[in-house]
Design a protein around this ligand. Structure first.
Ligand SMILES: *Cc1c(COP(=O)(O)O)cnc(C)c1O
Length: 432
């Protein structure tokens, strides 16, 4: 690292907090100053270029500094960056909601724009509870979910994250007590039988009288597991929710916008949720924005007495700058051959990561859509594997026992090969 980079890291270490990180003497692992990013490459201040395998956490699907997205941001900033959304509206927000309506399953009819994924989940939970109250069932105040889920870091969302690997033990006084069924046992490509969903069905049947909604990540559990599950299982959950008058909330924040090979995870099962959350790739990784969509039936329940309106309204709701970039981003996505692209990435990730399956320190290698995962037997040592990956010319950010890539859709065959060979080599040299 050169002098400029070292000084920036020192200044950072003095005052800045990073995600899921300690500060002070407990701060661990390296920190890399980025000077710029373009296409699928991050350029560090010392001039090194890294092939990005993370899409900035599922978001930058078209890569960095895309000319169309840059132009949309410039045009909007010259018009207005932000105005409040109470009592005012604007073209970027209306157009975005219309597009979301058009591309999501038909029964979803209303869009609430939020500032981040976690907030979209909070909004979904509040909608579900207000709906049940509005329909005269205020006793239905709990949520039911599956283990190994991840739904965000705010308190409502944290309460439905996996109770063991999530943060429940740290915040017991704050978090509502919800119901947790086992994670689906069958992998994505495995055949599904109704009996597989029996533990879920039994838990729901026993508690339906007090459950407002089931919330889960459709077909791919992201941050909590990086694991796909059988679409038939999701279809069965939809049936069971209908049987018991319980809403289904699909958290598509990671799975949305093509990442799993369909536009939305629910599309694999041919189902429609009552409430859907999208985020992450919504603005192509440019700005923070998310959305919560619901059916007309849910909207009517929410707007019934006693509340009469939906009780939420962030300061930066429907930020025009984010909405304008989101419109450009969805335009790019929908006019691209995204399905073929994701299929190609899936095949290339699978082929490139396959050699890892023979390594003694590796428990599993799997791919679903443009997500490739090496699961190790022991947690990786970030202080060792992170610099090794950077030396190999890639930006891959493992956590726990998961070394995974979800590259931008614009990644070339050669760059996918760089990512996968670096992942296999880094795992080979640091495990087993
Ligand atoms: C990332 C994520 C969230 C939280 O989104 P933020 O924008 O980080 O608040 C919620 N649900 C899922 C499935 C996610 O992957």
């Amino acid at each position: 690292m050169d002098g400029v980079a070292r000084r920036l890291v020192e200044r950072d270490r003095a005052v800045v907090w990073h995600p899921y990180a300690a500060v002070g003497p407990g701060a661990r692992g390296p920190l890399y100053p980025v000077a710029s990013a373009s296409g699928v490459r991050l350029t560090l201040t010392d001039g090194r270029e890294l092939v990005d395998g993370m899409s900035s956490w599922w978001a930058a699907i078209h890569g960095y500094r895309h000319p169309v997205l840059d132009a949309a941001a410039h045009a909007q900033i010259d018009t207005m960056s932000h105005v409040m959304f109470g009592g005012l509206t604007h073209e970027p927000a209306v157009a975005l909601c219309e597009t979301l309506m058009a591309i999501t399953p038909e029964p979803l009819r209303r869009v609430f724009l939020c500032d981040s994924g976690s907030v979209a989940v909070e909004v979904a939970i509040k909608m579900a509870l207000q709906y049940q109250t509005g329909r005269g069932r205020p006793e239905r105040g709990r949520l039911l979910t599956i283990r190994r889920g991840y739904h965000g870091d705010t308190s409502g969302a944290m309460a439905v994250c996996d109770p063991d690997t999530g943060m429940h033990h740290l915040f017991t006084g704050l978090l509502s007590r919800h119901l947790f069924a086992p994670a689906p046992a069958r992998a994505f490509a495995d055949p599904f039988e109704d009996a597989d969903a029996e533990p879920f069905a039994a838990l729901l049947a026993a508690h339906a009288h007090e459950v407002a909604a089931v919330i889960l990540e459709p077909v791919l559990q992201g941050t909590g597991a990086m694991r796909g599950y059988a679409p038939g299982w999701l279809a069965r959950v939809r049936e069971l929710c209908d049987e018991h008058g319980v809403l289904l909330v699909a958290d598509e924040i990671a799975t949305g916008f093509g990442r799993t090979g369909e536009l939305f995870g629910c599309d694999h099962a041919g189902i429609s949720p009552d409430i859907m959350c999208v985020g992450k790739a919504l603005t192509g990784g440019y700005l923070t924005m998310a959305a919560t969509l619901c059916t007309e039936e849910v909207a009517e329940g929410v707007c019934s007495p006693p509340a009469g309106a939906f009780m939420h309204g962030p300061t930066f709701m429907a930020n025009p700058l984010a909405a304008a970039v989101a419109n450009a981003n969805l335009g790019l996505l929908l006019s691209s051959p995204w399905r073929e692209t994701v299929r190609r990435l899936e095949a290339e990730l699978a082929a490139g990561l396959a050699p890892a399956a023979d390594l003694p320190g590796v428990a599993d290698v799997r791919t679903l859509g443009a997500v490739g995962v090496i699961e190790t037997r022991e947690p990786v040592d970030m202080a060792v594997i992170q610099p090794l990956l950077v030396d190999l010319g890639v930006w891959i950010r493992p956590f726990g026992r998961l070394v995974y890539a979800m590259p931008p859709f614009v990644t070339s065959t050669a760059d996918v090969a760089t990512l996968t060979s670096a992942m296999v080599e880094a795992v080979a040299r640091t495990t087993g």
